[in-house]
Design a binder for this molecule. Structure first.
Ligand SMILES: *Cc1c(COP(=O)(O)O)cnc(C)c1O
Length: 367
């Protein structure tokens, strides 16, 4: 008898068959070329361009540095309008570039940057908007496009959650000037650690490539003050393997999500994210908002933990309430974001989560 209680983590990384990865990295022992945009890197760029339906792409060692580089590439100044309902990375990337984040509230239904009052936050110091697609749900890209054109602002999407999502058949990375995708182990598609930028203007490619490699532009020329954020060949090899299975992975996630819906959709006091018209989701996360339910979010979190099931308060806390930002800039109150962050919980979701486990999780929640 197995006396160990079965644990269910909130996420389980997608991995290829061991043999497939070994096969993929074999030639690295022949070439001895381990990083610096080798053949795996080039192949993954080409394959991702096709998968994401994006004409321009650049790969990185992780999503966060990709976002920092995207911001650096446009020489932004002053203020950037963004959302506090995100991972610390988004706000850090802005602040680490010497810019001031201006926090807009979120939409109460899809939790992305709210666009109705966005224009009132624009000043002559504003240089960009950095919205975040959350959970696989897409921002109001049309309205953000209109506003950015009107005020001549750059738009950089944090698309860390949105790998493979399409809007009217169009790859989500085609909106705005740049989109950042994260390929971290916990994301829908992973290269262990890794990330990418897709971008509109092919002229920026050279600068982006240089910025991730110390600003080097030629054998004897260094034109930018760049850092080091290159994706290595072992990461790229993992990406090539995982990309072969991605459609199946997303399909399996969809089945899990549909089961959650069946179980929780009509429960009073439990609010689920609605599917968006003409958006093909990637089912990245399953957020549940406990609003007037018999248990609070924190109680459900503990209840599940007591059964060795791990959920995540995500996103919580809001980035405009992080300790490290106290006193550094105006952290503007964002009441809708606060309301959601205090009540949201993401439930376990990964391709191989069994439907029996989903039912069990929901039974515990329904208590
Ligand atoms: C994961 C994530 C990041 C950071 O990506 P890494 O690849 O982990 O560096 C940034 N923003 C959001 C919203 C994320 O979920």
């Amino acid at each position: 008898m197995n006396s160990k209680v079965k644990q269910i983590q909130v996420i389980r990384s997608s991995m290829p068959l061991y043999e497939d990865y070994i096969e993929e990295i074999k030639d690295l022992w022949e070439s001895g070329w381990l990083t610096n945009m080798g053949t795996k890197h080039q192949q993954l760029e080409a394959d991702l361009m096709q998968y994401l339906c994006s004409p321009n792409i650049s790969l990185y060692s992780n999503g966060h540095l990709a976002l920092e580089n995207a911001i650096a590439a446009y020489n932004l100044t002053g203020e950037v309008i963004t959302t506090p309902f995100t991972f610390a990375s988004t706000t850090h990337a802005i602040v680490r570039n010497g810019l001031t984040p201006v926090f807009a509230d979120i939409d109460p239904d899809d939790y992305t940057l709210q666009t109705e009052n966005l224009e009132s936050l624009i000043t002559e110091r504003t240089s960009a908007i950095i919205p975040v697609h959350v959970y696989g749900t897409i921002c109001n890209v049309k309205e953000i496009e209109r506003i950015s054109r009107k005020y001549n602002l750059k738009v950089i999407y944090d698309a860390a959650h949105a790998f493979g999502v399409t809007v009217n058949g169009q790859g989500v990375g085609n909106f705005g000037d740049v989109s950042m995708f994260s390929f971290h182990a916990t994301k829908v598609f992973n290269t262990i650690e890794g990330g990418a930028l897709t971008f509109r203007d092919s002229n920026i490619k050279e600068k982006l490539t240089a910025l991730k490699n110390f600003g080097i532009t030629g054998q004897e020329s260094v034109d930018y003050i760049g850092g080091n954020a290159k994706m290595n060949e072992f990461q790229a090899a993992m990406g090539l393997c995982n990309l072969r299975n991605i459609d199946m992975e997303i399909k399996k996630r969809k089945v899990v999500v549909e089961r959650y819906y069946e179980n929780l959709n009509s429960v009073e006091g439990i609010k689920l994210l609605k599917a968006q018209d003409s958006v093909r989701s990637n089912y990245a996360y399953f957020p549940v908002v406990f609003d007037g339910y018999k248990y609070t979010r924190d109680e459900v979190h503990e209840l599940l933990k007591g059964k060795s099931i791990f959920s995540r308060k995500y996103f919580y806390p809001l980035t405009n309430s992080l300790e490290c930002y106290k006193g550094s800039f105006n952290t503007r109150e964002t009441p809708v974001a606060k309301y959601i962050a205090d009540r949201v919980l993401t439930l376990p979701l990964f391709a191989d989560l069994s439907l029996e486990d989903v039912d069990r999780i929901c039974e515990i929640i329904k208590g």
